[in-house]
Design a protein around this ligand. Structure first.
Ligand code: ADP
Ligand code: ZN
Length: 524
């Protein structure tokens, strides 16, 4: 068996070279591929640019039959199919852009066994005729790209994705590989549950992008700051994300009149213009692309030197994916985000017509974004914690590390916070803990009798903002953890219990107060 494994290893490497022209596997690619070939369920969580596609493309070539690849974006699908065809691989797609005749041709090719990869949009997949057809085909495995779309807790929920499991059951028992670049622990669990692949081998690589510098600035004199920043990076490639098409046009124009080679990109542009602007950016005829979040998926430009969020993004997941497009060659990458609470409020208003659960979830994602921006804690530490990684030290390569705020001794307050969690029986969220500490009254406090607890009111020397910030840092430092089954609820960890028994000095920071900072700046 060992011999065979060695031989297969060599074969895989041969295929990698022969078909894709690469000399080496990256990271855990080979282990993932091996696992898929062995017919196991596989779950891959790797940051953008890590090389997830190869994890299903190569097994598809080796295994008999056709691999079904479910992908949410038609444009992305076409890119990949074109690329594979250029490598001499028979890959095709089924989506709404095809005519009836074209669709029938694709289906015939698949059934005849010629097609190694078939890309399918989730909307097409759920159609009865597609299911009928897939029952006749020999399916090697199903790959689910952008698997976070399955989860309502994620930032990009697609209801159709939740039907995938049922459809797979209909076409027969085939192995699944799910892939995503963004998954909080909660979303990860949700994906595995929904796809019924608790048994899957999970391949998760660190999300840390050591070469990216993270920075948040208050949204104040933003145009002036933007021009200055872009001129500092003159001639270098950069992306400026804006929330609306109108803003994209306006900012692109602003940069142009300031002698920056900038072009707009958004879904409202004529497709030819959009493509030619994208190509101009890829071919270095334009330095800066000003875009809505429609830009970037599946675009592979390694030398993007800066990513600016002109408007505050809607979620940390989105923000992280977009900043992830910087410095993919491993060299310099600067991520600047402009933040204002007004943006958060505006975004919340956009959500008001959505179904309740979706609206509530969007609100939580926005709150996380605001927390991140306000916090004076190492940005990387916060980001990685958000995606379920512990990063013990401060990174020394973000605005908060390079310009630290003064720290204060927080031993007593941390003990109070932890005791409050214990006394309220680990069944509440941070807001409620803060309320109890401050000795405030509300319906919850009363109905649970929390005003009778010994901790009640012990922290009244501080305000809600203080406790909010402190509690989040206590969480970030691993004294508390989020309860994965009850959204928003926090529990105490062993580390937290040890701290109560054996407290030690701990320095924390207060949040930024951007309004104050801007005022001070104006006075100078
Ligand atoms: P992801 O889907 O994780 O964002 P992609 O699959 O698009 O990443 O891959 C990113 C880039 O890395 C692509 O240009 C791809 O061709 C390249 N790539 C993937 N695997 C390898 C490898 N083993 N060696 C060299 N380049 C690779
Ligand atoms: Zn840092």
């Amino acid at each position: 068996a060992v011999k065979q494994a060695v031989k297969q290893g060599a074969d895989l490497k041969g295929k990698l070279k022969e078909v894709f022209g690469y000399g080496q596997f990256r990271g855990t690619q080979e282990a993932v591929i091996q696992n898929v070939i062995e017919g196991n369920n596989t779950f891959v969580i790797m940051p953008t640019g890590a090389g997830k596609s190869l994890c299903y493309q190569l097994p598809a070539l080796v295994l008999p039959g056709t691999a079904i690849v479910i992908s949410p974006l038609i444009a992305l699908m076409k890119n990949q199919v074109d690329q594979l065809n250029a490598f001499g691989v028979n890959a095709q797609f089924l989506n709404s852009t095809l005519s009836k005749a074209e669709m029938n041709k694709v289906k015939r090719d698949v059934i005849s066994g010629d097609v190694k990869l078939l890309y399918v949009a989730p909307e097409s997949l759920t159609k009865d005729e597609t299911i009928d057809f897939l029952q006749k085909a020999t399916v090697s495995f199903v790959a689910i790209d952008e698997a976070h779309c399955i989860s309502e807790w994620g930032h990009d929920f697609r209801p159709e994705y939740r039907k995938i499991r049922g459809i797979i059951d209909n076409i027969g028992q085939v192995p699944i590989i799910a892939l995503t670049a963004t998954a909080t622990p909660k979303v990860q669990l949700d994906i595995q549950k929904n796809l019924q692949m608790d048994d899957a081998s999970v391949f998760k690589t660190s999300f840390n992008r050591t070469n990216l510098y993270y920075e948040v600035r208050p949204k104040h004199n933003t145009k002036k700051q933007l021009i200055h920043y872009v001129k500092q990076h003159k001639g270098k490639a950069g992306i400026v994300y804006c929330l609306s098409r109108k803003k994209v046009e306006e900012i692109a124009e602003l940069l142009r009149v300031n002698d920056v080679k900038a072009l707009p990109y958004h879904a409202g542009l004529d497709p030819h213009v959009r493509m030619s602007n994208q190509d101009a950016f890829l071919n270095e005829e334009a330095d800066v692309i000003v875009a809505t979040i429609a830009f970037g998926m599946g675009i592979d430009k390694p030398d993007v030197r800066f990513v600016i969020h002109y408007d505050t993004p809607k979620s940390i997941e989105g923000y992280y994916q977009e900043t992830g497009r910087g410095g993919r060659d491993g060299l310099e990458g600067n991520c600047l985000m402009f933040y204002s609470y007004d943006d958060i409020v505006k975004l919340e208003k956009f959500n008001k017509d959505k179904p309740v659960t979706e609206r509530d979830n969007s609100k939580l994602l926005l709150q996380e974004m605001a927390n991140y921006a306000d916090s004076a804690v190492c940005r990387r530490k916060q980001l990685l914690h958000y995606f379920g990684e512990t990063f013990e030290k401060d990174c020394g390569f973000c605005d908060n590390c390079l310009h630290p705020k003064e720290r204060f001794e927080a031993k007593d307050e941390v003990i109070m916070a932890l005791k409050a969690v214990v006394q309220t029986e680990e069944r509440f969220g941070l807001d409620h803990i803060g309320t109890v500490l401050m000795g405030m009254n509300n319906a919850h406090v009363e109905s649970y009798g929390h005003d009778k607890l010994s901790i009640y009111g012990q922290g009244k020397a501080h305000d809600a903002a203080f406790w909010h910030s402190l509690l989040r840092q206590v969480l970030l430092n691993g004294f508390l953890e989020k309860d994965i089954d009850n959204f928003g609820v926090v529990k105490i960890t062993q580390k937290g219990l040890d701290f109560i028994d054996n407290p030690h000095s701990i320095k924390l920071t207060k949040d930024h107060n951007y309004e104050e900072e801007v005022k001070e700046e104006q006075e100078q």
